[in-house]
Design a protein around this ligand. Structure first.
Ligand SMILES: [Zn+2]
Length: 312
């Protein structure tokens, strides 16, 4: 099948009590590792591209890589999504350039401004058969994860969601309930918490509406250990416990974004390979186990966290 939007994926995910994985792609090995896992497990999948990925690999290369995956894996639905579009212009560029879904992230703007920019993207996207994700509330970044996670002002305010969705016409909504971007989400000893009460209140106000979780990597400690064992330095890298994400997936959350865990898996595989094979210099030699590590990570997420195996 050709590239699809997320409309049907989310409808089935909401009804089925599971979530679809949205994995960030930056190169061929990542695209292949993700889609080979999804294909083997018959899982729908969202490949998402950030502004940083477009800068690194260029728009045309990423779109063609994803189109190649669609040819290689014809039996599963694949959506191509823009992650964190900062404004109308980048969203327009991706809508015009073959994406089936875009995120307009107006979460740092004032509420009315967020509505206006999101509305503008929705009108342009819907006229071209593309769907739109927006965000309310603000996720912490890498450095200030702890302080902001403790600050209620950064969580999504459920009282705003109905007005936001009805005024913008957006197709899905990312909310902030305690996840954060990056591999250093919490301090050692700090107990990760997700505000399931906010998620419940949002879904009560928006029945049947798909919710998105960003910053949802779990940063597996066994892989961090491998990285540190083979010359890396990632002390205190901590993520969201997978059982919390599994619970969110059974609720209104239909899309869970995973980026850091794929990076960690790749880096662990490459560090280990390089350390154990110091004379090798063919990139295919270390990118092969790296690609396998991506595939294993994504397979694990599909079966143990998202619950979307067999849902293609
Ligand atoms: Zn994000």
């Amino acid at each position: 099948m050709p590239l699809v939007t997320t409309t049907e994926m989310f409808k089935k995910a909401y009804e089925g009590g599971y979530a679809v994985g949205a994995f960030n792609v930056n190169n061929m090995e990542i695209v292949q590792g993700i889609t080979e896992a999804a294909s083997e497990l018959k899982a729908p999948v969202i490949l998402q591209v950030s502004a940083g990925a477009r800068k690194y690999a260029k728009h045309a290369y990423l779109v063609k890589l994803v189109e190649a995956a669609v040819v290689d894996c014809p039996e599963i639905p694949i959506a191509l999504h823009l992650d964190h579009g900062a404004d109308f212009e980048i969203c327009k560029s991706c809508i015009d350039g073959g994406f089936t879904s875009v995120m307009i992230d107006g979460s740092s703007r004032a509420f009315e401004d967020n509505i206006a920019e999101t509305r503008k993207v929705v009108e342009y996207a819907h006229a071209r058969g593309v769907v739109v994700e927006a965000e309310l509330g603000k996720l912490a970044g890498i450095e200030d994860a702890v302080n902001v996670a403790a600050d209620d002002a950064q969580f999504t305010n459920p009282a705003e969601v109905e007005e936001f969705v009805s005024k913008t016409g957006v197709d899905s909504l990312a909310i902030a309930i305690g996840t954060s971007h990056g591999a250093f989400k919490f301090k050692p000893g700090q107990k990760p918490q997700l505000r399931f009460d906010i998620l419940e209140e949002v879904s009560r106000r928006l029945p049947g509406f798909p919710i998105v979780l960003h910053g949802a990597s779990s940063v597996p400690q066994d892989l961090v250990k491998v990285i540190n064992q083979f010359g890396g330095a990632m002390p205190d890298a901590i993520g969201i416990p997978e059982e919390m994400l599994r619970q969110a997936a059974t609720m209104a959350v239909c899309k869970i974004n995973i980026d850091s865990d794929v990076r960690v898996a790749m880096t662990a595989a490459i560090r280990k390979y390089m350390a154990e094979n110091p004379s090798h210099f063919d990139p295919r030699q270390y990118l092969t186990p790296a690609r396998t590590a991506v595939k294993e990570m994504v397979s694990h997420k599909i079966t143990e966290v998202l619950g979307c195996a067999g849902k293609a």
